[in-house]
Design a binder for this molecule. Sequence first.
Ligand code: NAD
Length: 463
Amino acid sequence: YLWAESEMASQSEVIDRLRASFRSGMTFPEQFRMTQLQNLLSLVEENEQLIQDALHKDLHKPKFESVLSEIQITLNDLYFAMENLRTWMQPEYNIGKNLATRMDDCFIRREPLGVVLIIGAWNYPLHLILLPLVAAIAAGNCAILKPSEICQATEQLLAELIPKYLSQDCYAVLCGGAEDTKSLLKNKFDHIFYTGSQVVARSILLAAAPHLTPVTLELGGKSPCFIYGHIDIQKAAKRLCWSKFFNTGQSCVAPDYVLCTAQTRDALLPALRETLRTFYGPDPGASLDMGRIVTPRHWRRLMDMLENSKGKVVIGGESREEDRYIAPTVLVDVQESDALMQEEIFGPILPILTIESLEEGIDYINRQEKPLALYVFSDETSVVTTVLNNTSSGGFCGNDGIVHMALPGLPFGGVGASGMGSYHGRWGFETFSHRRGCMNRSWLLERVNVLRYPPYSDYNLGW
Ligand code: NAD
């Protein structure tokens, strides 16, 4: 493994150094947190071109997608945190008191947890590290960052820039793969914030257990998209294609599959075909706006799903191994038992599952693990409300996909198998804070206290 710093310190040496900094209280003052957030802002603003280049190297990300979903989303969260930091840090005094505590000082303090570990996934390799870091800094913690090794250019860039801009006494980057992370996890942290797959999440929980370390898990799942009832099918097709094929379908909140009636499907298919042609031209493989699958292994995984599906490819289906390309692809007549309907797809493949009624669709969703996001496209408010009221998911968006995650006012996180805990904006600050319930008792009214002191008698119960 490699620490992003000149000295080759051992893992425990770096953790000890961060812990000593935390204990010194240097991360507690508002001014320190604000300066670090400002430095992080400069890191992103001053290195925008380097960041875009790294993301293009790793994922073939189009510039627009890098700016929107990596750079801008980070800047927005930073501005939001800097604007609200003072308010978030204030003790909360609005506590319901009773007769016995009415003379007392009762308040909640948001206190930093200590040295936290942030482990990121490869699909948004910058923002999945920097957004949790914004929250950890705002809440006054020290942090060790472990970017995904799969996106090597972004990983190296973070390793180079973080020590240049942020306090090296309080923040460190570890580069490396699963084995390095496993060894890192043997150490005690005060919180682990993990983004990635459900399989690895289980080993994170196991590693956290001996230390009783609290864990936030930002996982994935199969996010369904209902298209139901009366609807402008052209608009729906545009919003669906954008949210599904953005980042080449490699978004944890991408619509994973569509649920609609046969009638809607028949209207939707020509609209999808036309939209994709408008977005990416006659050959999406030649479009600068279409990314690539992150690794040969992931390309093979997606191709296996596609080749073994009993569904019929009606749009796309072309692929090239040499540059890990898969065209935006739509399938119909897929079966529940297909791998495509069993695992999270995480690529530019969209199966359409036909249903006879809204109830059938809701029933289907409720038989699966709880998804990270759920989408309903419909002109009819009653359809949107019925789905919302009868299902559970990490987040929800009516009449669009993905965009709900860009609003820092909304908590972002999963439920059930799609994760635990949340972040973005204030929710991230809360995740990395301990809410310490405090009471400073008054020395007055000792006459009332007499009632609780021994020797007890039935008289004591009379109060
Ligand atoms: P990944 O392979 O990059 O792994 C994520 C991190 O876990 C990496 O830093 C990696 O080094 C580390 N890791 C891998 N194996 C490990 C092990 N055995 N022990 C400890 N650490 C280990 O990414 P991935 O897991 O392929 O990520 C894709 C998944 O992440 C998808 O399911 C996706 O939906 C989900 N995801 C969720 C969110 C969210 O915010 N909820 C965001 C992005 C991705």
